[in-house]
Design a protein around this ligand. Structure first.
Ligand SMILES: [Zn+2]
Length: 69
């Protein structure tokens, strides 16, 4: 998973520990992902990349990410 949002490493680790499942559908992430749509991706709660805080970013499956179609 690429980190294109400049999320700091400590925050990324914190979110990965917190969000073990998709924030939308609750399906747990697996390593490796079952398929591309099951891979974890970053989701901004407020869709503004300026807000890189633990409250505004979460992990969801690629298939559930609004910005992936
Ligand atoms: Zn989901």
């Amino acid at each position: 998973m690429s980190n294109r949002w400049n999320i700091s490493e400590w925050l990324e680790q914190e979110i990965r520990v917190r969000d073990v499942a998709c924030v939308y559908c609750g399906v747990a992430f697996t390593t490796p992902p079952v398929n591309r749509k099951s891979a974890a991706s970053w989701e901004h709660i407020i869709n503004d990349a300026k807000f890189i805080t633990r409250e505004n970013i979460a992990l969801c499956r690629v298939g559930c990410n609004a910005s992936n179609g």
